[in-house]
Structure formats: C-alpha cells, structure tokens
Design a protein around this ligand. Structure first.
Ligand code: SAM
Length: 203
C-alpha cells in the first residue's frame, strides 16, 4: 500500500527526492531526519511566502535545507549543527550542485552561535534537541524580520507533550508552546503536521 505522504509527493513532484542513498545513509545510522509530510508542507509554505533568507537550527545532513532550496531558487539558507561531519555528508550527496552553493553550514552549538549572528532572516526553523527550545526562544525574535516566520518542529513530540510522567521529558516542548502562544509580538498557529509544527508570524 502506498503511504499518503508518498502519494502526495508523487502527485506534487515539487522536486526530485535527493539521492535515495542519502536517505538510506541516514536511515542506516538511525539518524533523525525530518518527516516527509513536514517537508511537503514546508515546501508549500515556502512557495506561498517566498523567504529570501532562511536559518535552520539543527540542519543535520541538510535534507530539509536541500528540499527547501530546490523549490526556492532565489533563497539562501544557513544551517547550524554541532556535528561537523554533517557538512561533509551534505557536500558528498549534493556533489557541488547549484543548490549546495546557496547553503552555508555553521558548525557549533546553536546556544552559542545564534546570539552571535549579526543578520536577520525571513524564516527561522528550529529542529534541535528539545531541551534547548526554551533557551533559544529568548534570542529568536530579534533574529527574525518583521513579517517573517519562526517555525518549530516536534512541538507535539509524538504526543508525549500531553502525557506527563512518561520517560521522555516534555517540559521544554510545553514551555516552547506556552512561550509561542503568549508572546505579543507574534501571531501563532500549531499544526498537527508530522511531529507538530508551530508557525509564528512576527508582527
Ligand atoms: C532532528 S535532527 C535534524 C534533522 C534535519 N533538520 C533534517 O532536515 O533532516 C536534529 C539535529 O540537531 C542537531 N543538534 C541538536 N542540538 C543541537 C545544538 N544545541 N546545537 C547544534 N546542533 C544541534 C543534531 O546534531 C541533529 O543533527
């Protein structure tokens, strides 16, 4: 049976799925990559809002970066990840493609690199270890352009966010959602796409 997100992918065909061996590489390592339904939603959201400058916190191997840059030919993306080997993987699989030239990889902990960035962005995507979410929130509004979008993944965290006492600690994600919906400077929605997305538009 064909999975619904796979069917949608085939129907929309926004871009060619990057090399299957790239996905296989990630799967073999059991590396947490972004869900297909989330990617398809963000591609659509990108086409509607046309961000010029994107910042992705926790870019991993750059799978999301690659997909977004593929549908947004006028965009650039800066990805941050503390695993420096991920940049080599991205380069290996994008093989110096045109998309790769619009991608900048910064190696380091986002808690240190984010406050030091001296640019602002049209989109900021948060996809790091959940424990960092509340701390990052302190620095994010000032890094976003007015009318820009702050997008956070895993805000439902497989439902653990609603189940206190389970072994995964949902507190940082709960805190993120509270901060997101109580901040006067943003209009915020939460969508049950993939593992849950908050999308916050800076007023
Ligand atoms: C869920 S994976 C990201 C998946 C990626 N966005 C994609 O498109 O497939 C989370 C990534 O965040 C990185 N990460 C987690 N906490 C971080 C931190 N504090 N600073 C930098 N990178 C971090 C991990 O190394 C990992 O690659």
């Amino acid at each position: 049976m064909i999975h619904s997100s796979e069917f949608t992918f085939k129907m929309t065909g926004f871009c060619q799925r990057p090399q299957d061996d790239w996905y296989s590489y990630a799967l073999n390592l059991n590396y947490p990559v972004i869900e297909e339904s989330t990617l398809q939603f963000l591609e659509t959201w990108g086409l509607l809002t046309r961000p010029k400058r994107i910042l992705e916190l926790g870019c991993g191997f750059g799978l999301m970066s690659y997909r977004l840059l593929s549908v947004l030919p006028e965009s650039t993306l800066t990805g941050i990840d503390y695993n420096g080997k991920n940049e080599e993987v991205f380069k290996k699989f994008t093989n110096k493609s045109e998309v790769g030239k619009r991608f900048t990889f910064l190696t380091g902990n986002v808690t240190e690199l984010l406050p030091a960035l001296n640019q602002t962005y049209d989109w900021i995507i948060v996809d790091v270890d959940k424990k960092y979410y509340p701390e990052l929130f302190l620095h994010l509004p000032e890094k976003l352009n007015t009318g820009g979008y702050l997008i956070a993944d895993n805000v439902l965290w497989k439902g653990w966010v609603t189940r206190p006492g389970e072994k995964k600690n949902p507190e940082p994600i709960r805190k993120w959602n509270e901060l997101a919906f109580s901040h006067d400077g943003f209009e915020t929605i939460l969508l049950p796409v993939g593992d849950g997305l908050t999308i916050m538009r800076k007023k």
